[in-house]
Design a protein around this ligand. Structure first.
Ligand SMILES: [Zn+2]
Length: 209
């Protein structure tokens, strides 16, 4: 199984795809938040920084990531990382040092109108974070407004308001597009038109072996 970097605009279905990869192939999702929190358990200084919401510098992020990657024995998905081209370059160096392979970079391509429509019809499980739709048949919960996996009542996320989406989409254009170019130039990028989550999962499944 190849490691995966997931790049996508907000609401493109990253969470759903990651969940399917975890359940079907034993992937682990890694976000910088998770990585830093794991390190903070044995690092008091970092723990204090996280508690006060201080910005964590790249050096600390990479030191923590390095520790995690040295120990990991499963394929992993990086979600929301790297965030910048600078981090992507540092990540290449880290993999080089650890003698590990980058794997594949998957870009979930969805147009803005579709995303906005998805966002405004999305409901999520506050407990396990699985997301559902109130209109898309593939993503309807089995019981109305109840999570299939953990029986928790589903909610609308604060992030899923139209104004918030506009802001996140602008941020995505500024930050993620340069990363997409970076990986495309290296010949590492696979672009998938992420229209249906089942179809996306099928395509990704054939790429990771
Ligand atoms: Zn749930």
């Amino acid at each position: 199984m190849k490691n995966i970097i997931l790049l996508a605009p907000p609401a493109a279905g990253k969470g759903t795809l990651a969940k399917l990869l975890e359940q079907n192939f034993g992937y682990i999702s890694l976000s910088t938040g998770d990585i830093l929190r794991a390190k903070a358990k044995t690092d008091e200084e970092l723990s204090n920084k996280l508690k006060t919401g201080m910005l964590i510098d790249d050096q600390t992020v990479f030191a923590s990531l390095s520790t995690v990657l040295e120990q990991i024995d499963k394929p992993y998905i990086l979600d929301g990382f790297p965030r910048t081209v600078k981090q992507a370059v540092m990540y290449d160096e880290l993999l080089n040092n650890l003698n590990k392979d980058l794997g594949i970079v998957i870009y979930l391509n969805v147009n803005k109108e579709t995303l906005l429509q998805r966002v405004t019809t999305r409901i999520v499980c506050p407990k396990c974070k699985r997301s559902y739709s109130t209109v898309n048949k593939e993503l309807l919960p089995k019981k109305e407004n109840i999570c299939d996996d953990c029986n928790t009542e589903l909610v609308v996320r604060e992030d899923d308001k139209e104004e918030v989406f506009e802001k996140r989409f602008q941020e995505y254009l500024e930050k993620t597009l340069p990363l997409i170019d970076y990986y495309e130039q290296k010949g590492k990028l696979t672009k998938i038109d992420a229209i249906s989550s089942n179809e996306t999962f099928k395509q990704v499944s054939s790429l990771i072996k």
